[in-house]
Ligand binder design. Structure first.
Ligand code: SF4
Length: 114
C-alpha cells in the first residue's frame, strides 16, 4: 500500500492540472476499490485535494496536489537563495560546489543562532 501511495502522490504532483480519479487506478495498476482507499489516505493527509469534474455528462473527480507555501528560512542561507532554484547545470548533487557553499552558509547561520 505504501508503494502505491507514494506512486499515486508522485503522479498527482507531477500533473499541473491534476489527474482524474477514474484514470489514476489504471496508472497505478490497481483496481478501483483499492484506488479509492489510496485516494482517501491522500485526502486525509492533506497533500491532495479533490475537485468535481464533469465530462461527457459523467461526474468524476480530479485529484490535485495541494500547494503549500514554502517557509523562506528553508531556501535562504546567508541572504542567498538555494542555488538549485535557478540552476541550469548538469546536476551532480554529491559534488556540487554551489550547493556545498550554500549549505556551509546554512550551517554557519544555524550555529550562530543557537
Ligand atoms: S545541486 Fe548544484 S547542480 Fe544540482 S541543481 Fe543544485 S545547484 Fe544545480
Amino acid at each position: 500500500m505504501a508503494d502505491h501511495l507514494e506512486k499515486a502522490l508522485r503522479i498527482i504532483q507531477s500533473s499541473r492540472d491534476g489527474v482524474l480519479q477514474s484514470e489514476l487506478w489504471k496508472l497505478l495498476g490497481v483496481d478501483s476499490r483499492k484506488c479509492s482507499r489510496i485516494v482517501k489516505k491522500l485526502l486525509d493527509s492533506g497533500l491532495v485535494e479533490r475537485v468535481e469534474f464533469k465530462g461527457d455528462g459523467i461526474k468524476t473527480f480530479t485529484l490535485r496536489a495541494v500547494k503549500k507555501s514554502i517557509r523562506p528560512a528553508l531556501i535562504l542561507a546567508g541572504g542567498e537563495l538555494i542555488p538549485c532554484i535557478c540552476c541550469d547545470r548538469e546536476c551532480v548533487v554529491n559534488s556540487c560546489n554551489l550547493l556545498l557553499d550554500w549549505m556551509y552558509q546554512l550551517a554557519i547561520e544555524e550555529h550562530t543562532e543557537s
